[in-house]
Design a protein around this ligand. Sequence first.
Ligand code: MOS
Length: 736
Amino acid sequence: MGFFDDETDFVIPIDGRVEAIAKVKGQGKYSAEYKVDNLCHGVLVTSEIPSGTIKSINLDLARQSDGILDIISHLKKPNVPGFANEAKIKESKFGLPVFHTDKIYFKGQPIALVIAETLEEATYAASLVKVEYTTAPFEVDFNKAKNSVELKPAGKERGDEKSWSSSPFSVDQQYGIAAEIHNPMEMHATIADWYADDKLRLYDKNQGVNSVQKMFAGLFDIPVDNIQVISEFVGGGFGSGLKVWPHALAAILGAKQVKRPLKLMLTRPQMFHSVGYRPASWQRIKIGATQDGKVTGVLHQAKNGCAIYDPFSDGITRVTRLIYQFDNLKTENAVVPLNLSAPTWMRGPGDCTGDFAVESAMDELSYQLKIDPVQLRYKNLASEKNPETGLPWSTNYLKEAIEKGSKMIGWNLRQANPGSISEGDWKIGYGMAVGMWNAGRNKASAGIKMMKDGNVVLQTAMTDIGTGTGTGMVNIMHERSGISRNKIKIELGNSDLPAAGNQGGSTGLSSISGAVAAVSDALKLKIAEYASATNQNFKNALATDIILSDSGVSLQKQGDNFLSYQDVFTKNNLNVIEVEASSEAGEEKKKFSFCSSAAHFCKVKVNTKTGKVVVDKMVVVVDGGKIVNQKPAANQISGAAVGGIGMALMEKMSVDDKLGSIIANDLAGYHFPVNADAPIIEVAFINKPDLNLNPSGAKGLGEVGIIGAAPALANAIYNATGKRFRNLPITPDQFF
Ligand code: MOS
């Protein structure tokens, strides 16, 4: 008996992850790790210039290289019906028409795929491809380019801007955040296998197998069911897996070309320009207030960088329309096309960025007004209803989260005067910020297979990117059905299973929980129906009256009605019972608004000689509805908060504006927090269910763990030092 003994049957601790054992035993396969017979390898050749056209590609040398099978490029465009013309390309929403254009939009753009027997042979041959370009002017500097785009209204203006322009107190400031890269631990990879003429199987790292399936069914004009997408274990995503990217299409085209399964895994440097990033942003916040701390009006303007071929807007001003009762509010935005790859949603997308500006401005206002930042929040929170829709919140416990967080951090130890607390060379300060996220729910389906011995398999196509979705599903089914956790096996991340939306936008568990509840009920009813062949009392029994155990079924109300699964299966001549059910948002959306929220508090130490910032303590209190699994939920929030530390203090995509290259494009050059940079993050949950949203009462967690983190840190740094930083990341050199 040992930890890695395959014979051993481990019991997962009650708050542990269902996939934990598979992961530590090396059985949890990432996409690139599947064994497929007759596999060959693809390596991308990418553009060496940031803008222009391809004049010529010379493949002769590469073609003579050992092990080479073929090379794909725009010289002989592979057949992709979805790229047949400009209109179709646009309609496909794929973004970059890879291998279908000679235009270069960014440095690192895939322009050819070299296919060989081994990865080494493909890598070497790719180095032999010679490309000549006609260069064109380019722009990669967001700060320079941002001035030439015009702002447009983002949402309906509330009230009137003029009415508050002469408020007695005001802040009018600008904020900048560097572009950041998702960099999940697992590299994006695709194994493409055309196992029949028009039948495709993909092992692909993503956050939604059904979306990938639909995208490629559209591009290749084949039925959705002809494509199977498998993404069973995902080593982190942070949003990079919510879109379908050129490398996945390249793998599919390569496999088709050589009529063999093909694997394409991005390198870490390629990850910096192939799978999205949080775009660089500029914001302006103008905010007015009365002496007693009531905000009179807000102007929030935002611009974010995007690709020339993909005008992605990050939704930066959305959060400002949500948290507070701002009666006068104007929000505007714009995108700034650059010679960079396309950005996408990343870790609390948009709201995280917008919240930094609005929560920094609120903090600044609090010092001007000499009102405690916590009190200033209380005075302005939209606690009763969603200020945007006017609908009452179904549940909103942000105020409670603030109260709890201020106790946990020891907010009473904060000094209102910046720079008041010193310890040797260190200045100490406290800061806080709040964040909110629209709690959503998408249509999702789940299935159950039950065997005679009472073991069940609970299935859905939804992926689990490490957030604990599978674990939550087991808990919900256990609570709903009565069947023990260790009898429930999870299967997910496979498009052959009941369909579900992406795992993103903090909607994963919120969406799937309804389906799990529904399918648990469906199982009860099905078993009762079969049981009624033996015992009439089961006929037309209600799901709420039917009790399942590990060995059989019984009825709540009547006494001696127990029937073993053995008996039920035998009597009905069954080997397996299968049920499937779906669930989606309904009428409740017309009656209520839904939000998750969090309050971030932190204590920082800033070294006056070196400018080093140490996050001494961080507290995150979350209203995410019912917490269906404490440990993964707390992991998710502390992980998100670490992302916030990265955003505030370290993370930055560095672009060489002379060459248009992304530099420091590895995990040594791109700084993010390691354990030594992150304190023990104390996470607490309000843990009150929102049963209007879904039957589990869970509201979704991921994003609110990061949204307020960066402003809370910047605000704490101001409290410690009296220096207000409005540009992220805040690096030591900026203190001097
Ligand atoms: Mo998240 S940015 O919805 O993976």
